[in-house]
Design a protein around this ligand. Structure first.
Ligand SMILES: *[C@@H]1O[C@H](CO)[C@@H](O)[C@H](O)[C@H]1NC(C)=O
Ligand SMILES: *[C@@H]1O[C@H](CO)[C@@H](O)[C@H](O)[C@H]1NC(C)=O
Ligand SMILES: *[C@@H]1O[C@H](CO)[C@@H](O)[C@H](O)[C@H]1NC(C)=O
Length: 320
């Protein structure tokens, strides 16, 4: 055989191996479809592994990849960050896989999915930022700088929950996580939902980025009270405001997510910095994701400056 023929054989072999590799990569994200009672449901790889209508479209990793995570949270591993090498893309995607079949960033098609991603991460970025006005890269480049409240002024033990969520001896329930959790009863409720003993071990949240993201997504997806929407439902429009809501200027959109998560900590107080900071992270991430801030929603749905808070005084509204 001539040298040319030999190398031709190698090229063909290489091509076969490469194609097999591609086929395998495809298969892991293959959408499986079936009908249940006339309704189309799907699974899509490990990310959306439970039969659901929400798994029929793109999943998060189809429109959000490692380099984009690195872009959004560009400064998080610098020496001056307080949680360097804690947060990473894989823990976020792993955490999201518990909620994508429920519609987390998989509701309403790719554009809505990317908007919800920017909204959720906007909350995360603003609550974990150590950016400030003249910080390098600007004030919004410093999300995921923290994983816990640095100088807690108390241990956040509310004794009135001693029968349901008693504080463990020595445990501190200061803010931890991607959308920080405060107080024994919130650790207790999150722990129950996630089947982790967070009441006795609140420190798990600052030791495990997957758990820290999981708790934050759970909070985003879960209504705080019966009859109220979750932040997810309010954002994607899967919520019909009541007459009271309308009178209280509560409309579906990003503003309502701030109202649900922080209540009178940031909403109904006019154009305050705490609210603008969260909004600005959302807009900044929309730009970085290539969606563009013009897709943020109308200005009346974007803010909660004039909204009456869903729940008066919601502890945990303060930032790290
Ligand atoms: C799937 O995507 C289409 C078009 O982008 C959208 O209209 C539909 O609502 C999405 N399905 C679900 C279950 O959100
Ligand atoms: C982090 O928590 C998840 C559960 O949310 C668990 O599956 C995983 O094993 C934990 N990782 C470590 C290193 O403990
Ligand atoms: C409507 O709002 C009023 C005043 O804010 C409140 O007292 C009442 O309980 C609300 N009704 C419902 C059904 O939530």
């Amino acid at each position: 055989m001539s040298a040319w023929k030999v190398s031709a054989v190698w090229v063909v072999l290489l091509a076969v191996v490469l194609m097999a590799g591609l086929a395998m990569a495809d298969m892991s994200e293959e959408t499986k479809v079936k009908k249940v009672k006339g309704k189309k449901v799907c699974t899509r790889g490990w990310e959306c592994g439970t039969w659901s209508k929400y798994c029929c479209n793109e999943t998060i990793s189809d429109f959000f990849q490692t380099y984009q995570f690195e872009n959004l949270f560009a400064k998080r591993n610098l020496p001056e960050a307080h949680a360097a090498y804690f947060w990473d893309y894989q823990s976020f995607i792993t955490a999201s896989s518990l909620f994508q079949h429920l519609g987390f960033c998989t509701t309403g098609g790719k554009l809505m999915g990317m908007r919800e991603l920017a909204a959720f991460l906007g909350h995360v970025g603003s609550k974990t930022s150590c950016g400030y006005g003249v910080a390098t890269g600007g004030p919004f480049a410093w999300g995921l700088c923290y994983k816990r409240e640095m100088s807690p002024s108390q241990s956040y033990c509310d004794d009135s929950y001693k029968y349901t969520y008693p504080c463990a001896p020595g445990a501190e329930y200061y803010g931890r996580g991607a959308i920080p959790i405060y107080w024994n009863y919130n650790y207790g409720a999150a722990g129950e939902a996630l089947k982790e003993d967070l009441l006795n071990h609140p420190e798990y949240i600052e030791q495990n980025a997957t758990l820290a993201f999981t708790a934050a997504i759970w909070k985003w997806m879960t209504p705080l009270k019966k009859g109220q929407p979750s932040a997810h439902q309010a954002f994607v429009g899967d919520w019909k405001p009541t007459k009271n809501d309308t009178l209280s200027k509560r409309v579906p959109g990003f503003g309502a997510t701030m109202n649900i998560l922080y209540g009178d900590g940031v909403c109904g107080k006019g154009d305050v910095d705490d609210m603008n900071n969260i909004m600005s992270h959302y807009l900044y991430y929309l730009d970085l994701l290539g969606v563009g801030r013009e897709e943020a929603g109308s200005s009346e749905t974007l803010t909660c400056a004039e909204q009456v808070p869903f729940n008066p005084s919601n502890p945990g509204s303060s930032s790290s």
